[in-house]
Design a protein around this ligand. Structure first.
Ligand SMILES: Cc1cc2nc3c(=O)[nH]c(=O)nc-3n(C[C@H](O)[C@H](O)[C@H](O)COP(=O)(O)O)c2cc1C
Length: 357
């Protein structure tokens, strides 16, 4: 059953579920599978070694789906930054008109893309950054809570607060990102005022994600506690899957007396992280994953996953509306039986001030 939110209307998609840009994961196979299932698939521009390679990937994706898909352009601080305007030109020349932007100083790129009529979904982790992006004219904010995979920002605000702050202050439609894996999550996000959800880690763990199956199995086995935050000391905090290398990086970061990034750099190398996805050795290097790994228990196709999210969200929203009763109507329990106000002896046992632990 198609949804009707600002996101589905503006993007021409059926289900308000976006697959966020993912370095070394966001290839045409995954993006097209998400779009074919009615969500929005996203190619990751910088996963391609050059703007020309990105053109080829966009063309490949077009052969795999006739539904809308987008491209992510992430602007990260680098000594030798990629040629962002050339990547943006490739996106535009290939006819893409939905772009997910993320990262630092996105102004020039957003202006270039907006001038060509693109719909921009800009991802950020704070309301302050969201407000700056609103001034640049972005169409949607993708609000990435502290639960999320990858760059979590430095203010550590989880989605329960962040999404409501977005609703209260932004005045621009937004989607909820970080910590989503199911239809209950989608229903919650819609209830908090979002127009849809963005998922990264959950889509890594699908049949079509072009990474080694052993990494998907590691995600299925993991708990929500199995992530590490690294690079806080340099105010570039990233949430990573907790493995031997990530734990070592945390230790070095904590214990380094020099405070030099060079001490930890070999451990957090992106090259070794990329190898993990190819060789299936989860301990070969660091790789990105969100706390949502604790909610992921299988490896479905994108079609199966999105159908499931759709039906769970519909069921959850209908159940929620059945919780409201007319004045004078008798309340019933979950089983439909009229309830009594029974004193709960457990409640008395726990008493006030008892520790949650
Ligand atoms: C493996 C991986 C790589 C990612 N790479 C990028 C990236 O290059 N650019 C970006 O904007 N976000 C990136 N992200 C973040 C996702 O787009 C998304 O915001 C995030 O995963 C949401 O949190 P979740 O994993 O809890 O769903 C990445 C996430 C993962 C899991």
């Amino acid at each position: 059953m198609p949804f009707n939110t600002e996101l589905t209307r503006r993007l021409g998609i059926k289900v308000p579920v976006v697959q966020g840009g993912m370095q070394w994961v966001g290839y045409a196979e995954l993006a097209s599978a998400v779009s074919n299932a009615g969500g929005l698939g996203i190619l990751t521009a910088l996963t391609q070694p050059s703007p020309d390679a990105l053109r080829a990937e966009i063309r490949k994706c077009k052969t795999l789906t006739s539904s809308p898909f987008a491209v992510n352009l992430t602007l990260l601080p680098a000594l030798q930054p990629p040629d962002y305007p050339a990547y943006a030109r490739a996106i535009l020349d290939e006819g893409i008109r939905i772009v997910e932007t993320a990262g630092n100083s996105p102004g020039p790129v957003i202006r270039q893309l907006k001038a060509a009529g693109c719909v921009i979904l800009h991802k950020c982790t704070t309301i302050r950054h969201a407000q700056s992006a609103v001034k640049l004219g972005v169409d949607f904010l993708s609000i990435d809570g502290f639960e999320c995979a990858g760059h979590v920002g430095e203010s550590d605000i989880t989605n329960f607060i962040l999404l409501s702050r977005a609703r209260q202050t932004l005045g621009v439609p937004f989607i909820a990102s970080g910590g989503f894996a199911d239809g209950q999550g989608l229903a919650a996000a819609l209830s908090l005022g979002a127009e849809g959800i963005n998922m990264g880690t959950r889509f890594m763990c699908t049949v079509e994600a072009p990474i080694h199956v052993k990494i998907k199995e590691a995600i299925v086995e993991a708990q929500e506690t199995d992530t590490e935050l690294v690079l806080r000391r340099w105010r570039n905090t990233s949430r990573l899957f907790s493995n031997k290398v990530a734990k070592e990086a945390v230790k070095v970061e904590r214990e380094s007396t020099s405070g030099k990034f060079e001490d930890v750099a070999p451990l957090v190398s992106g090259k070794r992280g990329r190898e993990v996805f190819l060789n299936g050795d989860k301990d070969f290097g660091v790789w990105t994953a969100g706390q949502v790994i604790g909610l992921i228990h299988d490896i479905p196709t994108c079609e199966e996953l999105i159908r499931r999210i759709e039906s769970e969200a519909i069921e959850t929203l209908s159940k929620a509306s059945s919780l409201i009763i007319q004045d004078g109507q008798q309340s019933t329990g979950r089983d439909g039986i009229v309830g009594e106000n029974v004193n709960n002896p457990e409640a008395e046992l726990w008493g006030v001030g008892k520790s949650k632990l």
